[in-house]
Design a protein around this ligand. Sequence first.
Ligand code: AMP
Length: 145
Amino acid sequence: MSLNGTYDPDNIFAKILRGEIPSAAVYEDDHILSFMDAFPQSKGHTLVIPKVPSRNLLDTDPDILARVTAQTQIITRAVHEAFEPDGITITQFNGAPAGQTVFHLHFHIIPRYTDSALGAHAGGQMADFEELTAQAAKIRQKLPE
Ligand code: AMP
């Protein structure tokens, strides 16, 4: 997938936005949805996406990007409070050669724990949905009112 392709309305995050497949939602407003990564690289791995379609950072409206990054900071703080990791990695991939596998802009919030190795990116086993829902609730409790 090149950086300049057209947006595929049937990508997995578009389906989540339309409610066609379930997600363990953390936060939602008119512009943004945040939910747990279904193949988490660590406990509390969370994704933040805009509702407006764009493939990556390059083709995203700057105002939307600003909203997504600001909300990513707020959710990262809540993830920090919820799981007390030793570090937190934020990633965002543009194009398949860079590691992008879902072509709808998203930011990863990946808690890091000194005593536990990071799981593979976009691989491994699908997490238990109930466990993800419980983690999402834990993060939600730490979000500002
Ligand atoms: P990227 O490789 O940066 O495009 O990230 C896509 C992410 O979406 C990966 O971390 C996947 O584990 C995650 N993912 C794939 N399918 C789902 C899904 N149905 N629900 C939640 N996360 C997903």
